[in-house]
Design a protein around this ligand. Structure first.
Ligand SMILES: C[S@@+](CC[C@H](N)C(=O)[O-])C[C@H]1O[C@@H](n2cnc3c(N)ncnc32)[C@H](O)[C@@H]1O
Ligand code: SF4
Length: 386
């Protein structure tokens, strides 16, 4: 048990703060994001601080490796709101010397002017949603910024922060593999040390999902083209010195997002804000945490404790570690899986996947090969099947 109690230490400890508001709802997005005209930021500060105090009381003495403001559009937060959350976290946990504090930003000009405020609040990394480098596609994606506004905002962010990543969505309507290759190379000419590159997913319950089901949303790339775009992405990014360290994330070695690594290395993270999830080890047991999704419900619940905890069984933990770890290029620590699960990875399944060339091993780690990465979900299913 003592070993299990410390399992999270292999992944680190982080704080996720969800800001659920956006200026407009993008038609492809199924994140917990809402458009609201009346937001009293003082109410939000109070609720975040209450939740941080509760979480910190349960996890005294921990060193915090990362804070991540995600959304929604956290760049709509007032810098004072961000500062108050960071100060509360600092009061209750010890900050690692190299703590990473990331804020997700939309490239609207209004928010760009706030970057110095965020920096003064303690933010040291920005992740910006640029999404596309042509205006027609930005409009199709329902974005409210142009390419030139996005690049201006990116330039301002670069002046304020050493670490600025940006997101692009590919496999868009009418996009060919050749067009994506050209766009990606352009993106790499701006990139600093980190890029998140997501294949467009049509999510149920979004405007795109509805349109797709009704037979609209024409011109999405056929499966072969989308697969080609994924392979090209891997090759071009690696050639530019930003290899994939996770399915959709590319970085210069050492510039990986420490926060996201906590998830994929199956560390502990406190999640606060509407709909935020967490994983926290308390008294030797690991718990999943969840909060009410609707902003008003969360605010009301935060007065007495918004975060619900559910214990995870050993099997659930081992499965989660496998699902998270296999997303990483570095893969899974085979010994850690065994310690966590109480049994080894099934050798006949591992051998089968090794023979197919889908996975490889260093002896201590198991990871998906270039050939296996596009079918990662099938690999994970195979390793988890009874
Ligand atoms: C929570 S959003 C936050 C960023 C910020 N609100 C923005 O939109 O710029 C994180 C990223 O997820 C990606 N994303 C969201 N929905 C997606 C979808 N349906 N398919 C592919 N990528 C998606 C976008 O690239 C987006 O930047
Ligand atoms: S993609 Fe970003 S800006 Fe658009 S609705 Fe989702 S969270 Fe908000």
């Amino acid at each position: 048990m003592a070993v299990l109690a410390e399992d999270w230490r292999d992944g680190g400890f982080g704080l996720y703060v969800h800001w659920p508001f956006c200026q407009a709802k993008c038609p492809y997005c199924d994140f917990n994001s809402h458009v609201s005209r009346e937001i009293d930021q003082n109410t939000w500060v109070r609720a975040y601080i209450l939740e941080i105090e509760r979480a910190a009381n349960q996890t005294p003495g921990r060193v915090l490796n990362s804070v991540f403001f995600g959304g929604g559009t956290p760049s709509l937060m007032h810098p004072d709101t961000v500062a108050a959350v960071i100060d509360a976290a600092k009061k209750h946990w010890q900050f690692a010397n190299d703590i990473e504090i990331t804020l997700e930003a939309n490239p609207g000009s209004v928010e760009a002017g706030k970057f110095t405020g965020f920096r003064d609040a303690g933010v040291n990394r920005v992740s910006m949603g640029i999404q596309a480098l042509n205006d027609v596609d930005l409009r199709r994606l329902g974005r409210i910024h142009s390419v030139s506004e996005a690049l201006d905002a990116f330039a301002i962010a670069r002046n304020c922060f050493d670490r600025v990543s940006f997101d692009l969505i590919y496999a868009r309507q009418n996009q060919t593999p050749g067009e994506w290759r050209a766009e990606l190379k352009q993106a790499l000419s701006y990139a600093i040390d980190h890029l998140s590159l997501y294949q467009l997913t049509i999510e149920d319950g979004t405007a795109f999902g509805d349109r797709y089901r009704a037979g609209g949303l024409r011109g999405l790339p056929v499966e072969d083209d989308a697969a080609q775009m994924y392979l090209d992405t891997q090759e071009i990014c690696a050639a530019h010195g930003l290899p994939a360290y996770e399915v959709s994330n590319h970085a210069m070695p050492g510039a990986e997002s420490r926060h996201n690594l906590i998830y994929w290395r199956y560390g502990d993270y406190v999640g606060i804000g509407p709909g935020a999830h967490g994983r926290v080890t308390l008294g030797g047991k690991r718990f999943a945490t969840e909060s009410p999704k609707a902003p008003n419900n969360w605010i009301a619940a935060a007065e007495t404790g918004a975060t619900r905890t559910t214990p995870l069984t050993i099997t659930e933990q081992a499965q989660e570690y496998l699902m998270m770890g296999m997303r990483l290029s570095e893969g899974l620590d085979i010994g850690r899986f065994c310690r966590l699960a109480g049994y080894a990875l099934p050798p006949q399944k591992v051998d089968y996947l090794l023979d197919l060339g889908m996975v490889d091993t260093t002896g201590t780690r198991l990871f998906a090969t270039e050939q296996g990465r596009p079918v990662l979900n099938a690999i994970i299913r195979e390793l988890l099947a009874d």
